[in-house]
Design a protein around this ligand. Structure first.
Ligand code: SAJ
Length: 381
């Protein structure tokens, strides 16, 4: 049986590989010829544990083939990016894919949407297809795997399958069962859309609480991490860790999608603002310190959005860099995994010599236990 996976990015590629490993004849479709060529020559376009090895396997066995052309298929799986545009879900990539789809799809085929979308979008897509006289089984099956451990979580996390049609839902459930050990729950499309957004909103709101606590404890002159550690000894308390803000392509945007068309959502909005404000808080700390020592050079340690990934999307390091540059401060960086970024990269040794103060933004394991020769402002502790 064949499946076309549209969009070979952070989620499309691993899912395409897992389906191919499970024995589906998978066509991976992407608009980038570079990416298609890379994948066909078994090279993984980004760092993800175990992915390159799996890619080599499914390319050599011929179960996965990447191409730029979409053709008719029993099942289409859409995993294109749905970024944020002015606090709303930007459907332009998704709409482009749908335009291609209507040219090749036939009635009765199945369209699985894995991309994150705001509540009600699956139904809108279904009506849009109907306007083209196309009756597809539209199923929303949001991805929930964590970058850095994607393959493991794709195989082991529970999943939600949302559909208005129970036959289609079961069909899709059986597809995911071929590689997933998790439980698969069937619901309607709008509920499935909400579930995904609520997961990430819950994390965002909880991180905002930790960040707010950091500011409260700073005023009270107590160590926030110590307070949190002791509070977390309580059996029903689990406060997350404060940090430089929230990065990645999901948690900082999904809360906006959840409340895109609702009047309620004050706490969600506030959490977003608290988390977005964190880089300003640290930039102010840096400026104060530089003033005290009469310095002007900051070395950023770690620019990826979180530890041990090479992904810089929405990383709070960008906002920090902008804040510092706007105040005329010179900035260079080091990151063990990110070789190119928005300012000059130095080796760890060079950075320590060059800078007046170090600003640890990403707590990569490579930095753990390390002694630095300059004062470190640690956004993670
Ligand atoms: N962070 C903190 N404090 C914490 C935890 C995280 O400041 O205590 C920061 C991180 O440094 C990072 C950001 O939050 O900048 C997000 O990191 P993360 O590890 O919480 O999550 P992501 O963005 O890598 O992946 C999330 C996951 N969602 C949940 O855990 C609910 C993942 O399961 C989703 O599949 C993914 O979003 C997605 O694609 O939606």
């Amino acid at each position: 049986e064949d499946i076309s996976v549209i969009g070979l990015g952070y989620m499309g590629l691993p899912i395409a590989c897992l389906l191919a490993e499970a024995g589906y004849q998978v066509k991976g479709i992407d608009i980038s010829t570079d990416r298609v060529d890379m994948i066909n020559s078994s090279k993984c376009p980004y760092k993800e544990m175990g992915l390159e090895k799996l890619l080599q396997k499914v390319i050599s066995t011929g179960f996965l083939r990447a191409t730029t052309t979409l053709k008719s298929s029993n099942t289409y799986l859409l995993a294109v990016p749905t970024p944020q545009l002015e606090n709303k879900c930007d459907l332009s990539f998704l709409n482009k894919a749908i335009e291609q789809l209507v040219l090749v799809a036939r009635n009765g085929q199945t369209l699985i949407i894995e991309s994150t979308i705001s509540p009600g979008t699956s139904k809108e897509i279904q009506s849009k297809l109907l306007k083209h006289n196309l009756e597809l089984n539209v199923v929303h099956c949001p991805e929930r795997a964590i970058p850095g451990n994607t393959l493991f979580e794709l195989k082991n996390n529970d999943r939600v399958v949302g559909s208005e049609n129970s036959i289609a839902a079961n069909l899709v459930k059986n597809i995911y069962k071929t590689f997933s050990n998790g439980q698969i729950f069937i619901t309607d499309t709008t509920t499935a859309e909400c579930v995904k957004l609520v997961e990430n909103t819950s994390r965002d709101v909880n991180i905002a609480f930790a960040n707010e606590l950091a500011e409260i404890c700073h005023e009270l002159e107590v160590d926030v991490q110590h307070v949190i550690n002791l509070a977390n000894k309580h059996p029903r308390v689990n406060v997350l860790s404060p940090g430089p803000g929230v990065g990645g392509h999901c948690i900082p945007v999904d809360p906006w999608f959840l409340i895109e068309n609702t009047e309620s959502g004050e706490l969600v909005r506030l959490a977003r603002h608290i988390n977005d404000h964190r880089p300003v808080v640290f930039a102010d700390q840096v400026k104060k310190y530089l003033k005290k020592i009469n310095g002007g050079k900051v070395g950023i340690l770690g620019v990826a959005y979180k530890a041990d990934v090479d992904d810089c999307r929405e990383s709070p390091a960008y906002a920090l860099l902008q804040e510092l540059l706007n105040s005329g401060i010179k900035v260079k960086y080091h990151d063990p995994l990110v070789m190119e970024w928005a300012c000059e990269r130095l080796s760890l040794a060079e950075l320590q010599v060059w800078s007046d103060v170090l600003l640890l933004v990403t707590d990569h394991s490579a930095y753990q236990g390390m002694k630095f020769s300059k004062f470190v402002i640690n956004t993670r502790n």
